[in-house]
Design a protein around this ligand. Structure first.
Ligand SMILES: [Zn+2]
Length: 282
């Protein structure tokens, strides 16, 4: 009897271990790319895009200052910081955070003398989300703010609550380049957490608001590869589809199939999880 139970237990353990290996093999390459990988795009002589290693980052060099949008976390944050330091020399550094999530702000404390700008959130919320006060912004955007950097004007636009309690986007006017933070994910399922203020319906509204911008030729999403203006529309459709499936259960299968190629994080982000979110918030 005991032997039999032990044997069954052994088989169960083996199955769990196998499942774990399969899951790791399936999910790890995408996660590695998103959170640990780093690929660099030199968009032009002044603007560089650093994909992965946390949220995507943009570094812009003008004759008066160096602008860094999102500072990543861990080792990637350190690498990015070293690049910025050597680029800036004696020039001042301005840091912009699209939102308060640690994968976008983790490197902030490294930029000791920089002016740090983000969307207006409660300071206590920032401190909790960032596990401390180090690297907290000193300038909070409530509406819009223009940064004039050489011949470029970078417009910081607060869209209010969307992916978090307050998200801002950065629009490089002359380049028609938009840095969206986690309002837009490309090739990856989005991730909602109500404790950080994620709001599906307000995210859809925020994406609609971005349409007021003149023709956007390049979109740098919070995670995933860069693309054109279609990334915004695609994200809006994705969220709309999830809301639709939440309302019409017969559509769930169709939507899961439509978005099956998007990367997921087990238990954290998948079409199923976003559909559940909209079911809770019709
Ligand atoms: Zn993120």
């Amino acid at each position: 009897m005991i032997r039999k139970i032990l044997r069954i237990l052994g088989i169960i353990l083996l199955i769990i271990a196998l499942l774990f290996i399969i899951l790791a093999a399936v999910y790890f390459p995408t996660m590695k790319k998103l959170y640990f990988g780093n690929s660099v795009i030199h968009a032009d002589s002044a603007l560089t895009i650093y994909l992965g290693g946390g949220g995507n980052s943009v570094v812009f060099e003008s004759d008066s200052a160096v602008l860094v949008i999102d500072t990543k976390f861990g080792k990637s944050a350190e690498r990015l910081h070293r690049k910025v330091e050597s680029l800036a020399g004696t020039k001042p550094v301005i840091v912009v955070n699209t939102h308060a999530d640690l994968d976008h702000t983790g490197g902030n404390p490294l930029y000791r003398n920089a002016k740090i700008i983000s969307g207006r959130v409660d300071e206590n919320y920032w401190i909790t989300a960032n596990k401390g006060k180090a690297g907290m912004p000193s300038v909070w955007v409530t509406d819009t703010m223009n940064l004039r950097l050489g011949d470029e004007t970078v417009m910081l636009i607060s869209v209010g609550q969307a992916h978090t309690w307050c998200d801002i986007v950065a629009y490089f006017r002359n380049r028609d380049l938009l840095v969206t933070g986690d309002l837009v994910f490309n090739g990856v399922n989005t991730f909602f957490d109500e404790r950080k203020g994620s709001n599906g319906w307000k995210s859809i509204e925020a994406l609609k608001k971005l349409r007021v911008l003149p023709e956007v030729s390049t979109v740098v999403p919070g995670h995933g590869e860069t693309g054109g203006g279609e990334l915004i529309t695609r994200m809006q459709t994705y969220l709309g589809d999830m809301a639709l499936a939440a309302k019409h259960p017969e559509k769930v299968k169709e939507m899961k199939k439509k978005y099956r190629k998007l990367a997921s994080m087990p238990g954290m982000s998948s079409p199923g999880i976003i559909i559940e979110y909209f079911k809770k918030h019709p």
